[in-house]
Design a protein around this ligand. Structure first.
Ligand SMILES: [Zn+2]
Length: 85
């Protein structure tokens, strides 16, 4: 798959043209999987849950691999509408 990158969770390949919108290169995770993560119980994936998001905590500020995308979701700056959600 030339010029395409696989999501590390679902293994679907995404073209470079959707990086930053449907695919996040900082984590290698796609928007569809993040949409799923928002719905999952916090014990499995706390991603995207405002009540779990504590900006000043070490986890949210420094350790969580999803910290950049998570902050964008909490702030409403990720458009799940582009994948029909
Ligand atoms: Zn995925």
């Amino acid at each position: 798959m030339k010029d395409q990158l696989p999501c590390v969770i679902c293994n679907v390949y995404y073209p470079m043209t959707v990086i930053g919108t449907e695919f996040f290169i900082s984590t290698g995770v796609c928007l569809r999987c993040y949409a799923m993560g928002v719905e999952l119980p916090s014990e499995i994936w706390c991603f995207g849950k405002p009540k779990m998001y504590v900006p000043a905590s070490d986890a949210c500020k420094r350790l969580c691999p999803d910290r950049v995308v998570c902050r964008r979701v909490v702030q409403g700056n990720v458009d799940f509408g582009i994948i029909g959600l």
